[in-house]
Design a protein around this ligand. Structure first.
Ligand code: 13P
Length: 296
């Protein structure tokens, strides 16, 4: 069923839980996430990557996800993830996304605020003032769509190396000003989390998270959850982290399954239908585990 992402997240936090968000590059994965959410009786979020939303087929995928979310038996939100291009934001919302991460985290502070405000203005002009906006303060190392080892402690680098650089931890002293001037309804933070794979053990800065949590009432968002042990993730909701984003680990499972199962299904009469069933099962197992962890 249709759900406002902020309401979904706030209601989970009130129950001491967080809502998992899963990147869906395709419909098979999204079906698996929704099935897992329905079986758990919990809400979930379908994330669409900006590179997906920048293509005509990607916009059609968003429209398909909209239909899937609306027909689900539990609240499901469809969010455009990490977007900094206003055109992509407008197109994704027109196609059916009900929330957007207007991501100016790689920009200077004032430009980051300006981007979020512009996104709001563009959507309002389009008749979509009700779209929920997440903003990001502080920068995450790593790549959103491809997993390479990323180090959250490395200083920001530029050029070809920028993909593994980081703009650093969220500055908690900026949080109140940032939230009030952007009007963001959720805040993504950088507290030692990275996109993709962690170089070494993840070292989450719970002290920084705690300091951020006392400075704003809006729910916080933890990106880069792949690789963070479940016993760490369960602590998130207590620090007002109501949304936790997963991508890499979901891909790892699906790719391992496809690698393992493709020869068997090829031999079984080019059985693509059966192979898609295995893909679905892998994604569903992962989503079921994430839902259980975040409601523990
Ligand atoms: P991971 O790929 O590290 O799980 O990060 C996902 C994410 O934050 C999507 O926004």
């Amino acid at each position: 069923m249709r759900a406002r992402l902020d309401h979904l997240v706030v209601s989970a936090l009130q129950q001491g839980a967080a809502v998992p968000a899963f990147t869906c590059y395709d419909f098979t994965t999204a079906l698996a996430v929704v099935e897992a959410a329905e079986q758990a009786g919990r809400g979930a979020i379908l994330l669409v990557a900006p590179k997906t939303a920048a293509t005509p087929n990607g916009l059609r995928l968003i429209t398909a996800l909209r239909g899937l979310a609306d027909s689900a038996g539990v609240p499901i939100a469809v969010q455009l993830d990490h977007a900094s291009d206003l055109r992509v934001i407008a197109d994704a919302v027109a196609a059916g996304a009900d929330s957007v991460l207007a991501d100016g985290s790689s920009l200077p502070y004032e430009d980051n605020i300006a981007l979020v405000r512009e996104a709001r203005a563009v959507l309002a002009a389009q008749g979509h003032a009700d779209v929920v906006i997440e903003a990001e303060l502080g920068g995450l190392a790593g790549d959103e769509d491809r997993a390479f080892g990323a180090d959250a402690t490395r200083p920001l680098t530029t050029g070809a190396d920028a993909v593994t650089g980081t703009a650093g931890l969220t500055d908690s002293a900026q949080v109140e000003d940032f939230v009030s001037r952007t009007g963001a309804q959720l805040l993504a933070v950088a507290v030692g989390n990275v996109h993709g794979k962690y170089k070494g053990e993840p070292q989450l800065r719970w002290d920084v998270l705690q300091d951020i949590a006392v400075r704003t009432h809006i729910p916080l968002v933890l990106h880069g959850a792949s690789g963070i042990p479940g016993e760490e993730l369960v602590k998130a909701a207590a620090m007002n982290v109501g949304k936790v984003n997963f991508n890499t680990e979901l891909r790892t499972g699906v790719l391992a399954t496809l690698e393992d199962q493709t020869p068997l299904h090829r031999a079984d009469g080019e059985n693509l239908q059966g192979l898609l069933g295995k893909w679905n099962a892998s994604a569903k197992t992962f989503a079921t585990g994430a839902l259980a962890t975040l409601t523990r």
